[in-house]
Design a protein around this ligand. Structure first.
Ligand code: GLC
Length: 422
């Protein structure tokens, strides 16, 4: 049964309210939404953008506050952090935040890392666009636009040293799809040990930490780097949003820059990541830009790019709608069903290991957006309806088994509320 949207939106509001936390910094009060009170207790970049998008349909001022908190700890260089560690007392010695933050001031007594120095799929412009679409005036747009624009400018200058239009990530955790088989040391290996994968990933981060997470240095010394298809598709989509926002604010120079940059990124995806024989895009690994030819959800994400040629979009949609690949009973699996590394849950051999098959509401939301952009409204409607069903039956969850719809991974999950606005 397909539920009416109103009760779902009410339930989404209750979930986001329950996940809301407050913090004080420099005499200011901030509100943000944690991804899951059971597992993730800070503010994550793309989660927070998704939360703001849902908040915009519930409580506009709360949506604005979410974004205010998102930009509060922008780095001097312009990076909007992957994670803002608002509640420092939750960080224990030796945990990941120490590896992911720059600087050494946390070595001083009583100091803790304040924000990660890593990135995540850059979704701030899309979120800002959704939020200000409801505003009659440009006040909030003008408040947030400078910080959001600086983030994209930072990515273009600091994360694209070869100037090919594609930004590079320096850790698999920057991709948003942590343990997708794309980032395995040997991609395509069917049953790697999750423990080994975790240790490898942390050792690579240790090398980045020794470079103080300076991207220009890390990208020279760490061979584990990727020009990732999902990250760059979200980036191109974000730049297009940024161009529209800039135009609305009367900043023609920013609009022209963002538009040109979005086109350059889309052109580079087509030229370097697209494999016309297979009709799919593949992430490029290492400085030599080797294609990782695994069939995962990232291969479909260029649907987000406005300038994608219609025949390329049609090839992607063929894969998406194929029941042997991505059109499972509950689409869309994060790894194609016919890929040997596919697993339907958030575990491998009983150990947590995410993004190796189960579906997530945030990637469904992105694909619905991409499908609508290229005129596939019927498929988008069906995917949206299936997404709502998942939440109706399994609650707001981190992931769902794409074969039977059962919830897997962390419960009480913020971005699953996207089902209410998809
Ligand atoms: C995991 C996910 C990432 C998400 C974070 C918080 O690390 O891979 O995409 O942002 O959890 O929900």
């Amino acid at each position: 049964m397909i539920p009416s949207p109103a009760p779902l939106l009410e339930r989404a509001a209750r979930r986001l309210e329950a996940n809301t936390r407050e913090a004080f910094d420099d005499g200011r009060r901030y509100s943000y939404t944690v991804p899951s009170p059971a597992r993730y207790l800070f503010q994550w970049h793309w989660d927070s953008c998704f939360h703001a998008i849902v908040w915009a349909a519930i409580d506009l001022e709360r949506a604005r506050d979410e974004l205010r908190a998102l930009v509060a700890r922008q780095s001097r260089a312009g990076l909007l952090p992957h994670i803002v560690y608002w509640q420092a007392d939750l960080i224990k010695r030796g945990e990941a935040p120490y590896l992911e933050a720059a600087g050494i001031d946390w070595l001083l007594p009583g100091r803790k890392p304040r924000a990660s120095a890593q990135m995540q799929p850059p979704l701030a412009a899309q979120a800002l666009e959704v939020v200000v679409a409801q505003d009659a005036d440009d006040r909030f747009l003008r408040e947030l636009l400078p910080a959001v624009a600086r983030h994209y400018r930072y990515l273009a200058s600091a994360r694209d040293p070869d100037r090919d239009g594609l930004v590079s990530i320096i850790s698999q955790f920057e991709s948003g799809l942590d343990f997708s088989p794309i980032y395995d040391p040997t991609p395509g290996e069917t049953r790697p040990s999750p423990g080994r994968l975790r240790i490898r990933a942390r050792l690579e981060q240790l090398l980045n930490k020794l470079c103080n997470l300076r991207p220009e240095l890390v990208l020279r010394v760490n061979p584990r780097q990727w020009e990732d298809v999902l990250v760059n598709s979200v980036y191109a989509d974000g730049l297009a949003s940024l161009a529209r926002l800039a135009r609305r604010a009367g900043d023609e120079q920013l609009a022209t820059w963002a538009e040109a940059q979005a086109n350059a990124t889309t052109a580079a995806l087509l030229e370097r990541s697209y494999e016309p024989r297979r009709g799919l895009f593949f992430t490029l690994a290492g400085r030599h830009e080797r294609r990782v030819e695994l069939k995962t959800i990232v291969s479909l994400m260029p649907l987000l790019a406005e300038a994608l040629p219609a025949e390329v979009a049609a090839r992607l949609v063929e894969h998406l709608a194929d029941p042997r690949e991505f059109w499972s009973r509950y689409p869309v699996p994060s790894v194609a069903l016919d890929e040997p590394s596919f697993v339907p849950t958030a575990e491998v051999d009983g150990e947590r290991c995410i993004w190796r098959g189960p579906c997530a509401l945030n990637t469904n939301w992105l694909l619905v957006r991409g499908l609508r952009r290229h005129g596939y409204d019927d498929l988008a409607d069906t995917l949206a309806a299936r997404s709502r069903e998942l939440v109706e039956e399994g609650g707001f969850n981190e992931f769902y088994n794409p074969l039977d719809g059962t919830p897997v991974g962390a419960p009480k999950f913020g971005w699953a509320t996207l089902a209410a606005v998809i």
